[in-house]
Design a protein around this ligand. Structure first.
Ligand code: NAD
Length: 258
């Protein structure tokens, strides 16, 4: 189940953090990895460091043309995509009443438009290849729970559950599965940036943001790790039957127990 030899795996937002860890794990499992990211230089560096024939593609997931051209290049150079991880994401911390409309739209574009555009492109290749495949959307504990100051993030992450469920239903006849991974807090640049931002909004210390906000409801006071999420992504990519589709896997050290 953990052997991905011969598969083509495209991971968005793979120049950093969780996406990069998943790309590394897929390469270790034998897949040809595509590091797709808006940050061109970092994507190239990551692909070189990952090795195993990894390819970098510059792609802003909110741009239909860039997504279409990126997927076409992958199909031309490597073949049809077998695994998509729609992972690119950002965070904005603001009370809803102060949130500029532009920030709301940018957040929904990256998380929701990006998931739609990349899933559509991947599904088209998976159907044409007749091999089907695995589409993994990067949700969050915030696909299931809400927190203050994260209105567009929570809304978008909840929305990904619906998108994955539709892909599961429409994709089944072509052997396409779709699931959502819902991590707890993982110490990536996205999280490091929001610790001082949350401390400011809440009027508490950075240490209290970690202990009282981020890890308070976990079973062990631990951050979720890159390895926790990469292992889950390898498992889902290698799980070949439609028995496991349309689901969300909550990987949060017990922060949210379904
Ligand atoms: P990160 O900041 O380390 O990496 C995000 C990557 O996405 C960066 O390389 C960035 O260049 C890329 N990106 C941003 N906008 C893009 C765009 N428009 N097109 C293409 N690439 C773009 O963040 P991370 O923590 O690794 O987060 C990855 C995903 O995991 C996000 O969807 C995030 O919401 C989710 N997530 C993170 C955590 C956490 O605690 N870190 C928890 C739950 C969910």
């Amino acid at each position: 189940m953990h052997d991905l030899t011969g598969r083509i795996a495209l991971v968005t937002g793979a120049a950093s953090g969780i996406g990069r860890a998943i790309a590394e794990a897929y390469a270790q499992a034998g897949a040809r990895v595509v590091v797709a990211d808006i940050a061109a230089d970092k994507a190239s560096e990551a692909a070189t460091a990952i090795g195993h024939g990894a390819m970098a593609v510059t792609m802003d997931v909110t741009d239909e043309t860039q997504v279409e051209e990126g997927f076409a290049r992958v199909e031309h150079e490597l073949g049809a995509v077998d695994i998509l991880v729609s992972n690119a994401g950002v965070q904005v911390i603001s009370p809803l009443v102060d949130l500029p409309f532009a920030d709301w739209k940018r957040m929904l574009a990256i998380h929701m438009d990006g998931a739609f555009l990349t899933s559509r492109a991947a599904m088209r290749q998976m159907i044409a290849s007749t091999r089907g495949g695995s589409i993994i959307l990067m949700g969050s504990a915030h696909s299931h729970v809400a927190s203050k100051f994260k209105a567009p993030y929570v809304a978008a992450k909840h929305g990904l559950l619906g998108l994955a469920r539709v892909i599961a239903k429409e994709g089944a006849k072509d052997n396409i599965r779709s699931n959502v991974i819902c991590p707890g807090f993982v110490r990536t640049p996205l999280v490091e940036k929001q610790i001082p931002e949350q401390a400011r909004e809440l009027g508490i210390s950075e240490d209290d943001v970690i202990r009282q906000v981020m890890l308070r409801d976990t079973v062990d006071g631990e951050f979720t790790t890159l390895t926790d999420i990469a292992d889950t992504a390898v498992f889902l990519a290698g799980f070949e039957s439609n028995a496991l589709t349309g689901q969300s896997l909550v990987v949060t050290h017990g922060w949210h127990i379904q």
